[in-house]
Design a protein around this ligand. Sequence first.
Ligand SMILES: Nc1ncnc2c1ncn2[C@@H]1O[C@H](COP(=O)(O)OP(=O)(O)OP(=O)(O)O)[C@@H](O)[C@H]1O
Ligand SMILES: N[C@@H](CCO)C(=O)O
Length: 309
Amino acid sequence: MIKIYAPASIGNLGVGFDLLGAAISPIDHNFLGDCITVCSSKIFNIINTGEFSTQLPNNMHKNIVYQTWKIFCKIIQKKIPVKIILEKNMPIGSGLGSSASSIVASTVALNIFFKTNLKKQKLLKIMGKLEGLVSGSIHYDNVAPSFLGGTQLIIQEKNIISQKIPMFENWFWVIAWPGSQLSTVISRDILPKKYTRKTCVQQNKNIATFMHAIYTNQKELALQVMNDLIAEPYRIPLLKNFDVTKKNLLKLGARTCHISGSGPTIFSICDDYEVAKTSETWLKKNFLQNKKGFVHICKIDNYGSKQVR
Ligand SMILES: Nc1ncnc2c1ncn2[C@@H]1O[C@H](COP(=O)(O)OP(=O)(O)OP(=O)(O)O)[C@@H](O)[C@H]1O
Ligand SMILES: N[C@@H](CCO)C(=O)O
């Protein structure tokens, strides 16, 4: 038997649409990510447990975990039945890489269980393909950090899919999921197909300066250019009260606030623990739409997926 945990992740990081992603873990050490257990069995079965298991497709074949098993059967050229327990701890359509978390945990678990010994880049390719099946197009900014940990720059060139980059260590990432769902396919479909040259130059300037600021340890400069022109302006109308929420968080001392991945989760960055606590309290009171919603103060998870049993 093997059990793997894969953490939640923030795609885009407010400046690098489809290019930057970070794995996160709540500072209270609670798990924010799915777990996959694989054990031997005479018949194939997926058992869904966990707080958000009711959001999973009823048809087992539509669960991305089933597709992961199918890919491994193809690799080993044999249909070996297994029992897979999916602990669905992540809300679906949240912008926190819920499908990525299931994909990463199941790919890592099956690679160990079947002793396929596939290397990291090969595993990542499989994860990207699976992510493409559920979110409409291949993007690695959730699977790469959830798998490899830390902040990942998506490169997608020849045999390099992503590489880890540094991140400011004193930043607290306060994430808030309002309790509603937003499909990645939909929030990708609404984006323009073309952008003006001015927008492209500005977007390039922001991401290039952000990377420069990280490598030269210029936190203020990084915060100043953390601005996305490709997706965020078009997605803000899909969220409830984003502008007023951001305004209030900045008033409380948060340094910035953005949409996590394709939303509706938002994240704010605080460089002071007390401000992070005040933001958490404010978000719980003012941003959550129902009892299911949650707020967590997180740090970057530098480990990514890990074996927990
Ligand atoms: N194990 C699984 N976990 C999550 N989603 C799954 C799973 N299996 C199948 N799905 C399907 O994949 C789709 C995932 O939707 P979507 O990409 O919007 O969610 P998400 O992964 O939470 O998004 P995001 O990457 O923005 O966090 C849904 O249609 C869902 O039914
Ligand atoms: N980069 C992806 C992340 C999805 O969570 C997007 O913004 O559509």
